[in-house]
Design a protein around this ligand. Structure first.
Ligand code: ZN
Length: 258
């Protein structure tokens, strides 16, 4: 089994004490690629270094709406400069997006910041790693506005089947994480079961988004196997078929995952 965790924050301090063990446990269950989205322009050099020292780690370049600061134009400039240096192992633009619950920026500012990420994604032909919290309806018109040659993924998707199809119709992928392991998440489980399965990516969002049975604990990439198991049951297909589906999807989506 060869799996990609398309979204995990292994650079966070939560992993400072045992990062190598966490990566080892992930590899032991077949997670051979892990993509770490940056959340702040200040962490880029450290993230780049971390990925240089582990063959299974890759990263995205972006500013998370929750960690954004009012002078985000300068921060965007730092991202642009960093990308100009053609850094190794950068496979995406993000994490970026709109958060209607916990961003210090206004919606208007968040939209401007997101559009900055769209421009970088277009310029460098990289896919977007999109954070959308109570914001799907604000994002759709923005996604329509930009050509985005490599499209993007709505990470940790939660929402209706109708909304899922709106994203997929536009060529965007959906990140499937711990949410689907909860029996009560009926709406999202239904959406994942109904949507074109060639547009699904596996993720853990570690250390966040705990899977069912591990609430209140730090999440880590090896638990992706529980997400995979939940999707296997939802789609009612053999596990081997679902894991190769996810593997193919991730290589198609991240065309620089080598
Ligand atoms: Zn994230």
């Amino acid at each position: 089994m060869v799996l990609t965790d398309s979204h995990c924050h292994l650079d966070f301090a939560a992993f400072d004490d045992d990062r190598d063990e966490v990566i080892g446990r992930a590899k032991a269950v077949g997670v051979t690629k892990m993509v770490i989205p940056s959340v702040c322009h200040r962490s880029l050099d450290r993230l780049h270094q971390l990925c240089q020292s582990h063959s299974e780690l890759f990263y995205g370049v972006g500013i998370h709406p929750r960690f954004a600061e009012p002078n985000f134009e300068d921060a965007l400039g730092t991202l642009a400069q960093f990308l100009e240096s053609k850094p190794d192992k950068c496979v995406a633009i993000g994490e970026c997006g709109i958060d209607m619950v916990s961003s210090p920026l206004s919606l208007e500012q968040q939209m401007t910041l997101f559009e900055g990420h769209c421009r970088l994604a277009t310029q460098h032909q990289l896919p977007l790693l999109i954070h959308s919290r109570k914001a799907h309806h604000h994002l759709l018109p923005l996604l329509d506005k930009y050509p985005l040659p490599a499209k993007g993924v709505i990470h940790g998707f939660s929402g209706s089947a109708q909304m899922a199809k709106e994203f997929v119709k536009r060529g965007f992928y959906l990140g499937v994480g711990g949410v689907v392991t909860y029996e009560r998440a009926q709406k999202t489980r239904q959406a994942i079961a109904e949507v074109d399965r060639n547009f699904l990516l596996l993720e853990t969002d570690s250390p966040d988004m705990p899977v069912s049975g591990f609430q209140g604990m730090r999440n880590e990439p090896c638990r992706i196997q529980l997400v995979l198991q939940a999707v296997t049951e939802l789609l009612d297909l053999p596990c081997s078929e679902v894991s190769s589906l996810f593997s193919e999807n991730s290589y198609r989506f991240f065309n620089r995952l080598v």
